[in-house]
Design a protein around this ligand. Structure first.
Ligand code: GLY
Ligand code: MN
Ligand code: MN
Length: 435
């Protein structure tokens, strides 16, 4: 992403902020895993959205003095000795010369600078509740102002969450963001195709996960958007199964939910296919229901349709399909009203997708499901889960979990499925696995 993009986003946020306000946004903390080993670092998405800066120990400050906006960055200062171990840092000088910050300070001086940053400011935008040392420092400073401020200086009276403004911005993806998401989608599609080709009975679930990661790495992608799910047979009925430790069995299906993260944007794709390359009769019948539900849902995605419309379309197809197979009995409308499908399909048909796999953005406005608009990106992921031992269902259907998940962008007149190249129909899957 070009630096101008981040500058434009900061300007837009500043435009929306009231006069004499300040927004404070810390970078993600870098937790230790054990001893000298750290968890892989991942920047906080809001912070990255506004800066494109991937280092830890940093704080973004946006200030509006009167109507004039400026921004500053607290960051790690350059330090040759430490950089020898952990790599190059940007440092404060280059935060100004390269990133275009109006001001930059070493992160250690944050508490010292805080009174100056807040004086003359009436409102603060800060996401409370993270319980970070930065939040504690800020709250301590405000208490100090309350107790000692007899000089008449203007000090903040109100704290707002930053989320509502920022997350509404993040919900609408620009053409440049969609181009990146298209790349995340295409790497992810290649990984799913590779997993289908590599699958055979006896392979451990983690072996198939390895195929996914291999494909990601070979495209230069080292970050998964979320932990890869490889769930054989009954394991697919656990929605977020990530043990990936069991052998894949002949005659079972396997559910693979995997997505690459490219330049900070996630893909989120699920495919379900037979371990041995051929669907059984029962698997085929259930799979066709989920596939038809997905088709019906995708048909509903266009500007103006409310968020719940595509979910309701999927629920209708799933309920009718389960009645046809005698897994549910009764009147379809009544069964839908009573939410009887929830025993086998207990999640929503999608979620916003973007920098976070479950991306930010409200689903409702003023108590009503919001209409879809051009530039919104979402997943469409109907499913059926019939675990072993479930009551009232013939044994032949049990131990089967199927989810089909694609990433969809709302266009001016309909939608585009970014991940359509990952085989979805029974014929496509069987033919790829046979080859
Ligand atoms: N991969 C998580 C989800 O599908 O929502
Ligand atoms: Mn999803
Ligand atoms: Mn998923």
């Amino acid at each position: 992403m070009q630096p101008q993009v981040f500058a434009r986003r900061r300007r837009e946020l500043l435009r929306q902020m009231p006069p004499d306000s300040v927004a404070i946004l810390p970078a993600a903390h870098h937790p230790i895993r054990n001893r000298d080993v750290e968890y892989p670092y991942h920047q906080e998405s809001d912070f990255y959205y506004l800066t494109g800066f991937a280092e830890p120990d940093a704080i973004l400050v946006l200030r509006k003095s009167g109507r004039k906006g400026s921004w500053g960055l607290f960051c790690q200062e350059r330090n040759r000795k430490q950089e020898q171990w952990t790599g190059e840092r940007l440092g404060t000088k280059r935060a100004i010369s390269r990133m275009g910050a109006d001001q930059a300070w070493p992160i250690e001086s944050w508490l010292e600078q805080l009174p100056d940053l807040l004086t003359g400011t009436q409102q603060i935008f800060f996401n409370l509740g993270e319980e970070s040392s930065i939040e504690q420092g800020l709250l301590r400073q405000l208490r100090e102002f309350r107790q000692r401020n007899r000089s008449g200086a203007v000090v903040p009276q109100t704290i707002h969450l930053l989320d509502p403004m920022l997350h509404e911005m993040r919900l609408y993806k620009s053409p440049a963001e969609i181009r990146i998401m298209r790349r995340a989608a295409s790497v992810t599609v290649a990984a799913h195709r590779r997993a289908m080709r590599a699958c055979s009975p006896g392979l451990v679930e983690s072996g198939l996960e390895g195929e996914i990661l291999h494909e990601f790495s070979s495209h230069g992608v080292r970050i998964v958007a979320y932990d890869t799910i490889v769930a054989g047979g009954n394991n697919a009925c656990t929605l977020h199964y990530i043990n990936n430790s069991e052998k894949l069995r002949d005659g079972d299906l396997v559910l693979v939910d995997a997505g690459a993260e490219v330049e900070g944007y996630a893909a989120d794709v699920t495919r379900t296919f037979p371990v041995n390359g051929r669907f059984t009769t029962e698997q085929r019948k259930l799979y066709e229901i989920v596939l038809a539900a997905q088709r019906a849902a995708i048909q509903q995605i266009r500007p103006g349709r409310r968020w719940d419309t595509f979910h309701r379309a999927a629920v209708r197809v799933i309920t009718r399909g389960l009645i046809d197979l005698k897994i549910l009995k009764g009147d379809p409308e009544q069964l839908i009203k009573d939410e009887k499908y929830k025993k086998f399909y207990m999640h929503q048909t999608g979620h916003w997708l973007g920098m976070d796999v479950h991306d930010v953005g409200n689903y409702q406005l003023d108590g009503k499901w919001r209409p879809l608009e051009q530039g919104m990106v979402l997943t469409v992921e109907p499913a059926l889960y019939i675990p072993k031992g479930v009551r009232g269902v013939a044994k032949k259907w049990q131990g089967i979990g199927i989810r089909i998940e694609d990433d969809v962008v709302v266009t001016d007149s309909g939608c585009e499925v970014l991940t359509a190249e990952a085989p979805r129909s029974i014929e496509e899957i069987e033919s790829l696995m046979a080859g």
